[in-house]
Design a protein around this ligand. Structure first.
Ligand code: SAM
Length: 204
């Protein structure tokens, strides 16, 4: 998967490629879909939610430009796969999931693979989690109509923010970089995610 679908499509960061090789994706995918775990596609995880496509996980992780001492916030835990990749690269990951049953699944999956530097919270991630802020990286793994302002406020100076922003059916992957009070914005192509539902996201 890593050589043919991720490195071949342009992911270069050796730490990201290493993490993608190390984390066993099949342990995050419920049966019967676990047989397809190493295909480059999103898959159902229950509760109408999905595990993200491996290439997109790698691309968003590379865009975060993470350092080992970083603290990262993820919005949209799902089954915990993206959180596990982040956990292999940084000191601490805080991740927020809206659906309690999905958060339980993520905690179980992360425990199964022996990851202990991820804190899984239940709640509306559009408001962030100020108790653990500031974050060197913030990633939203659901489609948001706009950048939630609380998340920009919780980003450290020098921090990177990556999210799919746009409509319910199609979004643009954007990266923001916060530096000295100003924000630089880049666009990284079209993506499709399930909606981010919350106070600063979609209403339902
Ligand atoms: N990060 C996941 C992975 O590793 O495969 C994929 C996440 S899935 C595409 C999107 C998740 O975002 C769903 O589990 C959904 O319940 C969650 N979600 C939607 N709105 C949310 C919100 N306001 N706060 C937290 N989680 C939210």
């Amino acid at each position: 998967m890593v050589e043919s679908q991720i490195a071949a499509r342009g992911i270069r960061d050796p730490r990201v490629l290493f993490a993608m090789k190390e984390v066993p994706r099949h342990l995050f995918v419920p049966p019967p879909y676990d047989k397809s775990a190493y295909e480059d596609s999103p898959l159902p995880i229950g509760n109408g939610q999905t595990i993200s496509q491996p290439y997109i996980v790698a691309e968003m992780t590379e865009l975060l430009a993470l350092q080992p001492a970083d603290s990262v916030l993820e919005i949209g835990t799902g089954c915990g796969y993206q959180a596990a990749i982040l956990a292999a690269l940084v000191r601490k990951v805080t991740t927020i999931e809206r659906i309690p049953e999905v958060a339980v699944l993520a905690r179980a999956n992360l425990a199964t693979v022996g990851i202990s530097n991820v804190e899984v919270m239940v709640g509306d991630g559009t408001l962030g989690y100020p108790q653990n802020a500031p974050y060197n990286g913030i990633i939203i793994t659901a489609a948001t109509p706009s950048v939630p302002q609380p998340l920009v406020e919780q980003l450290a100076d020098g921090g990177r923010f990556v999210a799919p922003v746009g409509g319910r059916d199609f979004q643009e992957l954007i990266r923001l970089r916060k530096k000295g009070g100003s924000i630089a914005e880049e666009h990284h192509g079209g993506v499709r995610f399930v909606p981010l539902i919350g106070e600063r996201g979609w209403s339902g």
